[in-house]
Design a protein around this ligand. Structure first.
Ligand code: GUN
Length: 297
């Protein structure tokens, strides 16, 4: 079997076109949709991600406000900036690019963002709503409707990619590799909300292959090249690669041995061009949602 490619670039384009239409209407009526992106330090990968997000903002008609802070910025200065952005009507969404320096407490930073501007969906109350299934449900069914909360960007992008395959999530065996707060945990919750049987694997999982081979839908979000080899994948599985690594050849690659696994899977996401653009498209959607929430739409 040769897998069909789930084209994240094409799907993201569709989603961004819908966002753009709505943003244009807001701009036409004299409004403005604004996203603040804070980058602390000089992590080169983060710089690339932030540049991509800025480009997406331009494409969607969203004003991006960038705050580049040096790595020795104090926690107090970061909290003061977030507090000012919370109070600034020109800013609808606030994103603090991770990772950031160890002297700044990630959890405290996440909680400092206003619940109305939490476009990363990192606040505990936002995560709580996802845990109890209190959000717009299937995001691909009504892309432009107001969700009752923000969707975590990468897991929501993955859900869109899986929906686009036409493969049913309900009742399927889903295996998520990785338990990060950004991807693995919310991913598992969102799959569970759509009635999958979900298993989460992590660094202490005794026999990773034994679990991944059960997966009808396999999502890897670890950050290690070639972690998932063909012998670890069931014939016909849907394989989603959230990893973003540099291979031995210096090229970008995911966690999945793409060449071999794509001979076995039914659907697969490439790296680059799979999950990455979808993550950013959901961020644009969340920023528009934030504007609506703040303007009583
Ligand atoms: N670093 C890696 N992914 C993300 C993300 O989705 N949001 C933020 N803020 N930082 C990240």
């Amino acid at each position: 079997m040769t897998a069909k490619i789930l084209d994240g670039n094409a799907l993201a384009q569709k989603l961004k076109e819908q966002v753009t239409k709505e943003v244009e209407a807001i701009n036409h009526n004299g409004g403005d949709v604004g996203l603040a992106v804070i980058l602390i330090g000089d992590d080169p990968a983060s710089r690339i991600y932030v540049n991509h997000k800025k480009k997406d903002c331009v494409e969607c008609g969203i004003t991006s406000h960038e705050y580049q802070l040096s790595s020795d910025t104090s926690a107090e200065q970061v909290f003061e900036l977030i507090s000012n952005l919370n109070a600034n009507d020109a800013i609808n969404g606030i994103l603090i690019q991770q990772p950031f320096p160890a002297h700044i407490d990630v959890k405290a930073v996440n909680e400092a963002v206003s619940p109305l501007k939490d476009v990363d969906a990192f606040r505990t109350d936002t995560v709580g709503k996802i845990a109890i299934g209190n959000y717009g449900g299937n995001p691909s069914s009504e892309l432009s409707t107001l969700n009752s909360t923000f969707l975590p960007c990468t897991p929501a992008g993955v859900m869109e990619l899986i929906h686009s395959s036409g493969v049913s999530i309900s009742g399927s065996e889903c295996v998520v590799v990785g338990r990060s707060n950004i991807v693995g945990k919310p991913m598992a919750l969102m799959l569970l909300n759509e009635n999958a049987t979900v298993t989460v694997c992590h660094s202490r999982t005794r026999d990773l292959g034994e679990v991944t081979r059960r997966a009808d839908i396999l999502v890897s979000a670890v950050g290690r090249a070639n972690l998932i080899t063909a012998d670890m994948v069931k014939n016909g599985a849907v394989v989603i690669d959230v990893g973003m690594n540099r291979g031995a050849d210096g090229k970008l690659c995911g966690d999945i041995d793409y060449a071999k696994v794509s001979q076995k899977a039914s659907f697969i996401t490439p790296v680059p061009g799979g999950v990455g653009p979808m993550t950013r498209a959901i961020l644009m959607q969340n920023t528009l949602t934030a504007h609506k929430l703040q303007n009583g739409a």
